[in-house]
Write a protein that binds this ligand. Structure first.
Ligand code: ADP
Ligand code: ZN
Length: 477
């Protein structure tokens, strides 16, 4: 390895990217990689992972190969690098024959500093042989959590990446991800067969993002309030179905919001139009399935709403991470409903592979724990990423409005008695009707107005039957 000193890397940072200083961790990572050693880098979205291999690529005399799973992301990155005067290119299935031939020519002549490839491409017949003919000095594995079945977006072809260490034992590998809990982290190092890697963990804390969870009833009214609070500002609402995203966007348009929907079934032209309009601020609110937001660098997203419960904490954290990248206050809201838990659970039960099924269910449990938390939500999120916190954050709903405790023995007895008398057959909302003495259609139809506990809770008009029963329900569920 050539010796590159700190002054050199600083000069590269200024010259090619126009930045004055490194962010915490970046410099240490760059130095480590330049000394020829392997690294696992965990940094939140927007933390500045790319520079951790782009600066070494510039400093090293040879080629850096970047493995990245997302074709759209590759293209954006390469364009950005080229506009900074850096010799970069990408190889994936979207290229024309001629474009590809030109890149191969540049590779042979040693004219490229960075080559982005999809994993499929990397393992195409003969490609690794070709790379062995070149002066490859560094491999960067982006979105490295894809290698782990524990990760939320496992990609089988990532498993083959361990071949890199076998075929290029002298070339350091830097694996980067924004979404790794402890199990995923271990998996990354082991699956890539990294040699004594050092793990670099940046703080995942995003103190400018407020965190809140709201019950899933009456989401529309809450959304009207939130969107109204941020009138003229940009936000993203994540939905778990295409139809849901479309309906919501139409409703928002109906109240005069510049809204649009975005999902995988949209044709590519329309998709990039929506994305561009959002980036330019012509559209304010995007109702999207998870397909939206990957790789878009928009710093002034003021709110992110989850209309439905995400299946994993990693996915959730990555999505709320798209708010407030400019460091200014931004709001995040998660709607929590049992229906969503059921939907996820039904999907999970269909998974044939037992190990994978258990992983999916365990991850869902963690998400539920977060949604039902009675302690500072940020503490829970950060501990998920193995980060200790010393004090409650003051910027989540639990910190701002801590739960109040009361003696619930008598209400609990009333509720349990009603459940027992109805033969344990009544749904939660009907239980609340029975306790309050509401003659709702279901109550009338099933004759539950005749049971002894009908109306037993009507005196306690201030008692939050709905919320309390929900918590009991979740405790036994
Ligand atoms: P990640 O891949 O971790 O999500 P990026 O590498 O795309 O993040 O970086 C996020 C943003 O931060 C980019 O706009 C990038 O140019 C900027 N950035 C990265 N490092 C620095 C730095 N040292 N100083 C200023 N801006 C930086
Ligand atoms: Zn808090």
């Amino acid at each position: 390895m050539e010796t590159v000193n700190a002054a050199d890397t600083h000069a590269l940072l200024e010259r090619h990217f126009g930045y004055e200083s490194f962010r915490p961790q970046q410099e240490g990572i760059i130095e480590h990689v330049l000394s020829g050693r392997d690294a696992v880098v965990l940094m939140p979205t927007g933390g500045g992972k790319s520079l951790c291999y782009q600066i070494p690529a510039l400093a090293l005399d040879g080629l850096t190969v970047v493995v990245s799973p997302l074709i759209a992301l590759m293209k954006d990155q390469v364009q950005a690098l080229q506009s900074n005067g850096i010799a970069a290119a990408y190889l994936n299935s979207s290229l024309q024959f001629n474009e590809e031939r030109l890149i191969h020519q540049q590779l042979r002549h040693g004219e490229l500093k960075l080559l982005y490839v999809s994993p499929e491409r990397l393992f195409q017949q003969g490609f690794l042989d070709q790379l062995q003919e070149l002066r490859v000095r560094l491999f960067a594995i982006d979105e490295a959590h894809c290698i782990s079945t524990w990760g939320h977006s496992f990609r089988p072809e990532y498993k083959q990446l361990r071949v890199l260490k076998e075929r290029f034992p002298q070339v350091p590998v830097i694996a980067l991800t924004a979404t790794a809990d402890r199990a995923v982290r271990g998996d990354i190092a082991a699956s890539l067969a990294l040699h004594e890697p050092q793990t670099f963990i940046s703080s995942f804390d995003r103190p400018n993002l407020s965190l809140a969870v709201l019950p899933g009833q009456d989401r529309w009214r809450a959304i009207e309030r939130i969107v109204g609070r941020h009138a003229g500002k940009c936000g993203i609402i994540y939905c778990n179905s295409r139809a849901g995203a479309e309906r919501l966007a139409e409703r928002l348009q109906g109240i005069g919001v510049k809204a649009a929907y975005y999902h995988a079934k949209l044709d590519p032209m329309e998709r990039s139009r929506v994305q561009d309009d959002f980036i330019q601020g012509k559209l304010h609110v995007i109702c999207a399935t998870i397909a939206f937001g990957m790789g878009i660098d928009k710093s002034d997203v003021r709110f992110v709403i989850h209309y439905n419960l995400p299946g994993t904490v990693e996915g959730y954290y990555q999505e709320i991470g798209r708010a407030g990248r400019d460091g200014k206050p931004a709001e995040t809201i998660l709607f929590y409903s049992y229906a969503d838990v059921h939907t996820h659970m039904n999907f999970a039960q269909e998974i044939a592979d037992q190990h994978y099924r258990e992983v999916v269910i365990a991850k869902l449990d963690r998400m539920k724990e977060y949604a039902e938390a009675q302690v500072c939500r940020r503490t829970i999120l950060l501990s998920y990423f193995s980060e200790e916190t010393t004090a409650p954050c003051g910027n989540c709903d639990v910190c701002k409005d801590p739960p109040k405790y009361f003696d619930g023995t008598v209400p609990a007895q009333k509720a349990l008695s009603a459940v027992a008398r109805a033969g344990e057959q009544l749904p939660l909302s009907v239980l609340v009707d029975v306790l309050k003495g509401t003659r709702s259609p279901e109550v009338m139809e099933k004759g539950w107005f005749r049971i002894k506990t009908f109306g037993a809770g009507s005196d306690a008009s201030a008692f939050p039957w709905n919320g309390a029963s929900r918590k009991w329900h979740s405790a036994v569920w």
